[in-house]
Design a protein around this ligand. Structure first.
Ligand SMILES: Cc1cc2nc3c(=O)[nH]c(=O)nc-3n(C[C@H](O)[C@H](O)[C@H](O)COP(=O)(O)OP(=O)(O)OC[C@H]3O[C@@H](n4cnc5c(N)ncnc54)[C@H](O)[C@@H]3O)c2cc1C
Length: 461
């Protein structure tokens, strides 16, 4: 590749804080609030103009159930977020289905109230590190390039950008294929006559004699299908594919449900893409946006032509952020292995418990439930605090889907419950490290866990 040598330049320091959180998404919001609530000064750097990351800007809702009885939230910040989203009318009674727009607003309100300094439209593009100690991050924005100094750093970029810029080791992609998980561009459609659409779903269930992945109870509407061809909605997709109105990829992963408090709006978890899937490559991300928009227009026409309730429907939002399931996982003091996850391993420094299945998307969906019988009466796996401590660095934590885990383990823990817990634990760990002047790998994860519990996080005993 052709290259230019850039002259050395001085980059001014614009801000300093105890803790610098990079990435204001699912994990980053929890990290920033948890750290600020401990009295640390916190700067949260985010490339978009609002918080929430995948859950906000990629429109990813609902929070997946942990598949543990009672669905305990191993996070006290989640309680704050739920209360705020409820009061803003953006969370349903299950406490899992939320309106992504309300999540953005609630996250921002909570960060500001906690005293977090927000820095939007700012991209982390470099790191100043010496002997395993991060001094500052280099950022690019309309204001130019500048350094933001900190005492501890939490990488919540989803892709581990900060850790990789600092030189941390990482893995990426399915070890069998080398490819990352598929990516999606989510959207909402408004102007839908929900009861007509719901009745259409009920009719399809009766007509096909198949109720798989579809339901309507007069209020809640849900439908899904994947490439496995045994779903209630498969038949209608097949008709559209043979008529040339859709292609096979359109039915390889399709999912729709209602959003709380939005009377005529449906949220779609598609289109999904299987080839250009590297979320760390801007060419792939661009392709997801351009191909995605074309697919969304085509899908809306399909709903109008083949389904009921879409006569006056229109696209009300297309995610500004591409939905990326997996890219890099940073090498940490402990890397959660596939065997740990499948064997439901427990750790005394665990910050999260989950029994969410292995969930590897692709043209064949791989969803493994309860693969290993568990005889300890505790059917869940745990993630240790050490999987948040970046190996080789004294003051760098990582949280969210890019924490230290093998590919198969990541396919389960990438969901929002665990991303939230990981951010909260990393934020608390960073605040302990700064307050006590200790290295990240000396922070006792058991202490972090009990701080979480003291503040209202629930763990199964
Ligand atoms: C299509 C799709 C469907 C999913 N479905 C579900 C579901 O139904 N339920 C569920 O619980 N989970 C689901 N997930 C998984 C889950 O939503 C994500 O894995 C999780 O939200 C990731 O959290 P995170 O904090 O690691 O990253 P994100 O929430 O993506 O946050 C990363 C943040 O960092 C910012 N950022 C990145 N790089 C930089 C940089 N260099 N400088 C500045 N800012 C930067 C981003 O803008 C973003 O705000 C889904 C994921 C996808 C993609």
């Amino acid at each position: 590749m052709k290259a230019y040598t850039v002259p050395q330049r001085e980059i001014p320091v614009r801000f300093s804080a105890d803790i610098v959180v990079c990435g204001g998404g699912t994990a980053g919001v929890h990290a920033a609030i948890a750290a600020a609530n401990e009295g640390s000064s916190v700067i949260l750097i985010e490339q978009f103009g609002s918080l929430g990351g995948s859950a906000g800007n990629a429109l990813v809702t609902p929070v997946m159930h942990s598949h543990i009885e009672g669905d305990p939230a191993c996070s006290y910040v989640t309680n704050l977020l739920n209360d705020r989203m409820s009061s803003l009318g953006g969370l349903d009674s299950s406490k899992r289905v939320f309106d992504p727009l309300i999540l953005r607003i609630a996250s921002e309100q909570l960060c500001l109230e906690a005293g977090v300094q927000l820095l939007y439209y700012t991209f982390v593009s470099g790191v100043i590190a010496e002997n395993g100690i991060i001094k500052g991050v280099i950022t690019a924005s309309k204001s130019g390039e500048y350094v933001i100094e900190g005492k501890a750093f939490v990488d919540c970029t989803g892709d581990g950008d900060l850790s990789v810029l600092a030189g941390a080791e990482y893995t990426k992609g399915n070890p069998e294929t080398g490819k990352c998980q598929p990516i999606s561009l989510r959207y909402t459609v408004s102007g839908v006559n929900i009861s007509e659409f719901g009745e259409f779903i009920s009719e399809e269930i009766t007509r096909t004699g198949n109720g798989k992945g579809a339901s309507y109870d007069g209020k809640t509407v849900y439908a899904a299908c994947t490439a496995s061809d045994d779903w209630a909605m498969t038949d209608i997709f097949k008709k559209a594919i043979s008529a040339g109105d859709l292609i096979d990829e359109d039915k390889a992963y399709w999912q729709v449900f209602k959003l709380p408090n939005r009377k005529d709006t449906l949220a779609f978890n598609n289109p999904e893409f299987f080839e250009y899937v590297d979320g760390t490559d801007s060419v792939h991300l661009t392709k997801a946006q351009t191909d995605g928009k074309a697919a969304i227009i085509k899908q809306l026409n399909f709903y109008k032509k083949y389904m009921k309730g879409f006569e006056n429907a229109y696209i009300s939002e297309i995610a500004p952020m591409v939905g990326v399931r997996e890219t890099r996982n940073i090498t940490t003091e402990y890397v959660l292995s596939s065997d740990d996850l499948l064997g439901r391993k427990k750790f005394d420094d665990a910050f999260c418990q989950s029994n969410y299945p292995v969930d590897i998307h692709g043209k064949t969906l791989k969803c493994i439930q309860n693969i290993t019988p568990v005889n300890d009466g505790k059917p869940w796996y745990e993630i240790p605090f050490r999987s948040l401590v970046v190996k080789g660095f004294d003051n760098l934590f990582v949280a969210g889907r890019c924490l230290g885990a093998e590919f198969l383990a990541q396919s389960s823990l990438r969901v929002q419950q665990s991303a939230r817990s990981s951010g909260e634990a990393a934020g608390l760990g960073a605040s302990i490290a700064v307050r006590e002047g200790i290295k990240a790998n000396v922070v006792d994860g058991r202490r972090v866990r009990s701080m979480m519990e003291d503040k209202g996080a629930i763990f199964k005993k």
